[in-house]
Write a protein that binds this ligand. Structure first.
Ligand code: NDP
Ligand code: 2IT
Length: 458
């Protein structure tokens, strides 16, 4: 048979094996360990899938999917309260817009670097696809540390950051939102500056205040969605949340509303944390204690140890919460906060389910432990997708200039999470186990890959 042009391209490419692919990816992206980790997790499932579906291999979809469309890096210069000049680095990684405008959060944290933003942008491709809404993937942020800064300093930083970022985003181009260190206060300062610079009122950021186009449940969405996802996983095993002892790590936006939904659904939240340590509450948090935490973290910007002191609970300084015996664990703080030793401890103490609220909080070794023990384990790209899902609903509301009620939005959020669970079952079911990591990666991949195939060479 005569060889076609497409066949000869294929024959010039290295054979698609895990080793070839991962080595090449590492060579092209030296030192980016978090990005390597996220790609390795996805490729464990996507390479075997693509080997069975050569149309993707021929079009080099996996190579293209791991290369961002573009990355913008810029200087952010601002003045602190003493009038000193300060310089930070700003980023936006526009990873893939095959199925919609780039969409994803902004992170302000001193550890932010390109590797972290690329891993987050890469995971966002699959997550946004799983929501079934038309959203591409991006991520950005800065090494700016909001901790200890006055409101005025945060405002000046946000305005300086947006002055450059505004040139690269837009309601049909790229729609940023919050992430670690970026909540309602920061989004408001950035949206105000964007509106001033562009002289248009558009829905270019999500997570906005309710007075200016925000969704009524965006701040609750990630945490609530994560618990709905766990509820679906338990239901699939004819179990439920009632009475379950739960550990939630972190005490920021995602952790707060994961804890609230657990309490509302009759589970017991027995530990919560921040980067300085964790608090053990054997009785379980009630809504009054949780409101204290929400006020402490979002208004007073204090430490979780102050909560422990106020309620005379035991605080474990600089320790992670995973050694407390529990039924369910919800890592909701940051990447790689739960390692192999933590996983073994959780399993030994009788934990049966883990739903990631954060992005990649579980190391590859820890995921293996959970899977070998046949525990329920859902990756963030599935179980924290409720946040970006409701961001997608906020974009729709802004476009049609309408506002939906909280009840209507919560119903839609539940449907999004149930649907993601269903997609995981469809693509991740094994003989006697559902591999949610496999399911989420393949289900998220197929839609984006098919769109890329349809576009041809680009
Ligand atoms: P917040 O800034 O509101 O809260 C972050 C929490 O994590 C804080 O309690 C913080 O403690 C803790 N934390 C941050 N860095 C570290 C660290 N290096 N070690 C230990 N603890 C740490 O962020 P969010 O709640 O918004 O985000 C939490 C996670 O959820 C992130 O992985 C984010 O990417 C992910 N996510 C967020 C979504 C959203 O809608 N906001 C959507 C989907 C995922 P401290 O205060 O001491 O710094
Ligand atoms: O990781 C995430 O999905 C987010 N930080 C939310 C992104 C968004 O656009 O709402």
């Amino acid at each position: 048979m005569k060889e076609t042009a497409a066949d000869s391209v294929k024959s010039n490419c290295p054979e698609l094996t895990m080793d070839n692919f991962i080595n090449g990816m590492k060579r092209r992206n030296p030192g980016e360990t978090e990005f390597h980790q996220a790609v390795e997790e996805a490729m464990t499932y996507l390479i075997p899938y693509v080997q069975l579906h050569p149309k993707y291999q021929k079009a080099q979809i996996l190579e293209r999917l791991t290369e961002p469309d573009r990355i913008v890096i810029f200087r952010v210069c601002w003045q602190d309260d003493l009038g000193s000049f300060r310089t930070n680095r700003g980023y936006r990684v526009q990873f893939n817009n095959s199925i919609g405008p780039y969409k994803g959060g902004l992170r302000f944290h001193p550890t932010v670097n390109l590797s972290i933003l690329k891993f987050l942008g890469f995971e966002q491709i699959f997550k946004n696809s799983l929501t079934t809404l038309p959203m591409g993937a991006g991520k950005g942020g800065s090494n700016f540390n909001p901790k200890g800064k006055s409101d005025d300093e945060v405002m000046r930083f946000c305005q300086a950051f947006m002055t450059e970022l505004s040139k690269h985003i837009g309601e049909n181009v790229d729609v940023p939102a919050g992430d670690i260190g970026v909540g309602a206060r920061e989004i408001s300062y950035m949206f105000g500056q964007y509106k001033r610079l562009i002289n248009e009122f558009t829905g270019t950021l999500t997570g906005k205040g309710l007075e200016f186009g925000g969704s009524k449940i965006r701040k609750e969405a990630t945490g609530f969605g994560c618990i709905y996802f766990m509820q679906e996983m338990l239901k699939h095993r004819t179990d439920g949340l009632e009475g379950k002892r739960c550990i939630v790590s972190g005490s920021g936006n995602v952790a707060q509303y994961a804890a609230l939904k657990l309490i509302q659904l009759g589970a017991k939240v027995i530990a919560i944390s921040d980067s300085s340590g964790f608090v053990h509450d054997p009785e379980g948090l009630d809504e009054e204690k949780l409101n204290f935490i929400i006020e402490l973290k979002t208004v007073k910007r204090g430490r979780i140890s102050e909560f422990a002191n106020h309620y005379q609970l035991k605080f474990y300084e600089n320790q992670k919460p995973w050694k407390i015996a529990c039924d369910l664990a919800f890592p909701c703080a940051t990447q790689n906060e739960l390692d192999e030793a933590d996983a073994k401890e959780l399993i030994k103490n009788g934990c049966t389910g883990i739903a990631e609220g954060a992005n990649m909080p579980t190391t590859l070794g820890a995921i293996k432990e959970f899977q070998n023990a046949k525990l329920l384990f859902s990756p963030g790209k599935a179980s924290n997708a409720g946040g970006v899902g409701v961001s997608g609903l906020e974009m729709t509301q802004n476009s049609i200039r309408l506002s939906w009620s909280s009840e209507e939005l919560e119903q839609r959020l539940k449907e999004i999470m149930t649907n993601i669970h269903q997609q995981c079952i469809q693509y991740g079911s094994e003989k006697d186990y559902v591999d949610y990591v496999k399911g989420a990666n393949i289900a998220g991949f197929v839609k984006v890959a098919d769109a890329m195939l349809a576009y041809g060479v680009l």
